[in-house]
Design a protein around this ligand. Structure first.
Ligand code: C2E
Ligand code: CA
Ligand code: CA
Length: 332
């Protein structure tokens, strides 16, 4: 606590002095190490009169600074609280959503570019919230990851998807997204085996999509789990390729069966030379490592034509179909 401060301007000036003292590079055996800092400020008595309240609020403000990668200190304000209340409310609702059957799965077609034949379906979660309507997975999956409920949701998704796919008149391959926290859970191979056994879905009809964020945290543990999954007979896809670190050593050391180029590079690839460079080099890389390459987010013929010309063999996107319910697929 800084006491002798008369105004917000004084507080701000103080945080700037702190920052100047913290951020200069540190010399580490002759190498400069960059240092960053995130600062949050709460003000007595505006933001609270108790020490604990002030600490909580300064902490929330600090997390906002961290999240938004702000150099300057963030002062607590009501909007931070509101945003957090909203997330906490959603995360409480999310725990109930599973019990109350509010989660649903939809399936999006993946096909061969050469002849349009079906390769399989990506499984995507939907949450039908009683008051808010459909909440998209972009919103609720990160919340579930943050508070740990992703492990229960992920297990439900695996079991449900295997059961639904096994019940189709002609069972098709399904690709299930697995979040970083699930990949860190040593029970994952057991859950996958049990989902396959209970549903009767053959293991070669299950693919697991993982992102690099799932690998970064603990690569050795992730590799161990991925190898166990491969032993069960499921295939592994590297999802969102191009958005994260996209480290070449990850591609080399993990036994991927597929690389999915993120839709950010696929949409309008025929018009963007930067996207073209990324897409082309990923295709070359996949070919060299003998890993299949799938483009996601294919929305138009021009982009598809570009992909075909460059030798990409698999595609997924609105051009081929919106995600559908299991029942729609069964009756198609
Ligand atoms: P993702 O794995 O990259 O999934 C592809 C997303 O792109 C899906 O959004 C899909 O509906 C959308 N998409 C498909 N084709 C097109 C297209 O042609 N154009 C555009 N603009 N978008 C297209 P969705 O269903 O909203 O899912 C968003 C993300 O949420 C997924 O991204 C995935 O990271 C995550 N997610 C969804 N379901 C699950 C789940 O069951 N478990 C986990 N861990 N993550 C999930
Ligand atoms: Ca995916
Ligand atoms: Ca993606």
């Amino acid at each position: 606590f800084k006491r002798d401060i008369g105004s917000r301007e004084d507080a701000y000036a103080f945080t700037e002095r702190l920052r100047q003292a913290i951020v200069p590079d540190i010399d580490w055996n002759g190498n400069p190490l960059g240092v960053g800092c995130s600062m949050g400020v709460s003000v007595y008595p505006d933001d609270g009169t108790k020490v604990t309240d002030l600490m909580v609020k300064a902490d929330l403000a600090m997390y906002r600074a961290k999240r938004d990668r702000l150099e300057e200190a963030v002062f607590y304000d009501g909007s931070i609280d509101e945003e957090n209340r909203d997330k906490s409310a959603l995360s409480i609702d999310l725990r109930k959503a599973l019990e109350n059957g509010q989660l649903e799965l939809v399936y999006q077609r993946q096909n061969s570019i050469a002849d349009g034949s079906l390769i399989g379906y990506e499984v995507l979660s939907r949450w039908r919230h009683p008051e808010r309507g459909y909440v998209t997975p972009d919103v609720f999956i990160p919340i579930a990851e943050r508070d740990g409920v992703i492990n229960e949701i992920g297990e439900w998704v695996l079991r449900k998807a295997c059961a639904e796919a096994a019940s189709w008149p002609t069972p098709a391959k399904i690709a299930v997204n697995v979040a970083a926290r699930q990949l860190a859970n040593s029970n994952l191979p057991e859950i996958v085996s049990s989902a396959l056994a209970q549903s009767g879905l053959p293991s070669e009809l299950l693919e697991i999509e993982i992102t690099e964020s799932g690998i970064i945290a603990d690569a050795r543990q992730a590799l161990k789990i991925v190898r166990e999954l491969k032993r069960i007979g499921v295939s592994i896809a590297m999802d969102d390729f191009g958005t994260g670190y996209s480290s070449l050593s990850t591609l080399q050391s993990f036994p991927f069966d597929k690389i999915k180029i993120d839709k950010a590079f696929v949409l309008d690839v025929s018009k963007s030379s930067q996207s073209q460079a990324i897409v082309k080099s990923t295709i070359v890389l996949g070919n060299a490592l003998q890993i299949a390459v799938m483009a996601e987010g294919v929305e138009n013929e021009d982009d598809l034509e570009f992909l075909r010309r460059e030798g990409c063999t698999q595609a997924q996107g609105f051009l081929f179909g919106q995600p559908m319910s299991a029942a729609e697929i069964a009756s198609a």
